[in-house]
Design a protein around this ligand. Structure first.
Ligand code: PNS
Length: 163
């Protein structure tokens, strides 16, 4: 079965990569769907987020990465995927994901599999990574090197632009 790993990936973290790697071990192939949540302000553009997810999953032969534009269930249908894989950290993730799983099961229909985040990444979020990075903090423990470098370039560029 083909699986979809959806998210904003702004930026992709070790927590995301852990879930993608584990999904690739469970399913025939995985399509990472790099989407846009209208409620969020992004640090990286869709093109940059795609490029960073592609660079950090290049070693996984059954994983591909595509932009998500529109409904996730339509994306799943286009890719012949029967399951969405979601990483779960806290109870609040479960509450939110249950609601989406139920609606996607009807609108799709598509199944949802929730994988518990590995303990080491179980409280990590891109939001926190962006917050620390925006003050010039070191986020290299939480993201691959290529992502840490791009964050540094981006935040230095923003500091210069803001004078
Ligand atoms: O990492 P995020 O921000 O939780 O990812 C959210 C994203 C982009 C995957 C989500 O907003 C999404 O699936 N958007 C596509 C529209 C859709 O199908 N929404 C879910 C139906 S309730």
């Amino acid at each position: 079965m083909i699986a979809i790993c959806p998210g904003s990936f702004d930026p992709v973290t070790h927590g995301h990569l852990d879930i993608i790697t584990r999904a690739a071990a469970l399913f025939e192939s995985v399509v990472v769907a790099v989407g846009r949540n209208s409620a969020k302000n992004y640090l990286f553009s869709t093109e940059e987020r795609l490029e960073l997810v592609r660079a950090t999953t290049a070693h996984l032969p059954t994983v591909s990465v595509e932009a998500l534009d529109g409904l996730l269930v339509e994306f799943a249908r286009r890719h012949g995927a029967g399951v969405l894989v979601k990483g779960i950290r806290f109870a609040s993730d479960v509450d939110f994901e249950l609601q989406m799983a139920h609606i996607n099961a009807v609108v799709g229909p598509v199944e949802t599999v929730m994988l518990p985040a590995s303990p080491v990444w179980s409280t990590l979020s891109s939001t926190m990574v962006r917050e620390v990075a925006s003050y010039g903090g070191d986020v290299s423990a939480f993201v691959p090197d290529v992502v840490a470098r791009r964050i540094r370039q981006k935040t230095q560029g923003m500091e210069q632009a803001n004078g």
